[in-house]
Design a protein around this ligand. Sequence first.
Ligand SMILES: *Cc1c(COP(=O)(O)O)cnc(C)c1O
Length: 435
Amino acid sequence: MRQKRFFLEENEIPRQWYNILADMPVKPMPMLNPKTREPMTVEDLSELFCEECSRQELNQTDRWIDIPEEVLERYAYYRSTPLVRAYSLEEALGTPAKIYFKNESVSPIGSHKLNSALAQAYYCKQEGVTNVTTETGAGQWGAALSYASKVFGLESAVYQVKISYEQKPYRRSIMQVFGALVTPSPSMSTRAGKDILTRTPNHQGSLGTAISEAVELARMTPGCKYTLGSVMNHVTLHQTIIGLEAEKQMEKAGDYPDIVIGCFGGGSNFGGISFPFLRHNFTGERNTRFIAAEPAACPKLSKGKFEYDFGDEAGYTPLLPMFTLGHDFQPSNIHAGGLRYHGAGVVVSQLLKDGWIEAMDVEQIESFEAGCLFAKCEGIIPAPESCHAIAAAVREAKKCKESGEEKVILFNLSGHGLIDMAAYDQFLAGNMVNH
Ligand SMILES: *Cc1c(COP(=O)(O)O)cnc(C)c1O
């Protein structure tokens, strides 16, 4: 038996997201309004985000939040996503560990990002919003939002980090197919962009610069809201569909994970797969380990400081209490564009501080070695971001080989890498470097 896949019946698909804030033993510190330094209110947040997302962002009381029917209908285009037992990878590693992965790459745009894009676009439409803006790095979030905007009849404008816009032209094409207006950031189309280009004419762009520009456009345009693909609590809330499905699928497989792994950009896919399992650690029923796999080139969890910082370069976003490398940190140009972000979500940061989760750094070359091994065994070429989770899973599986322990390892395959083949080319040619 080389591979076994577990799905859910239609009536088993979760109809609610899990809000971990309701269960956290220590709640995170509040986000602050950068002008007043007072805790952000729903009103403050809804100047930027749609109202429902703003409410969800600050909701610390409702453990379960209903998924709207219209969003469930669109989830049904690709959900449930498969939970896969990776027998072939286990065999290649010679490990007694059981390795499972949750395959979010089967979404129409190839990553988990659509789980939140559909929800955010739906709420915007409900509230009478006509336009949405956002930033994107590698283009995964931009692609998801462009598609979700089309689904719910919104116009979308996407600022894409300049280096990715140039290195990954096909993601731009995907966004454009779905009708988005795509601009490389920093650009001269906003005040923030102009300021950055005046200071640093050759600026290659970062998620921070792109966020500044998208936020500014949203502020300046009537009927326009800003959306974010990671970091914020409401985004991770939407991603809990991953872990909630996985929990039921693991039950069908007759196992429960000892270790849950996700790659880490701002924390949404890691939180999405982890939080539903973590709730059983809070009650003492389980003692699962949770590993956030981050790139060694952008190690905010393991080397960052826990402090209040901005989510963007120009300082437009609320101040967030988080592990951060500083909002002016410029990560090197690793191929995992989705992991090149200076900070970590507020909830994940608090959980790390309190010892509920761990961080692991992975060098770029090790991540691609693991990604290629996985591709050969399981027939799926993983996104460069997801390669970090695979590398962490491989490390843990090798430890099991040494100790002889039969642990159950579950990782999230956040996306496929079919539009990232230039990165694989570089790896195969031996031209890849660690940073
Ligand atoms: C965006 C992205 C990530 C990182 O974002 P998180 O919010 O940390 O999940 C990881 N993998 C893929 C494929 C992505 O597109």
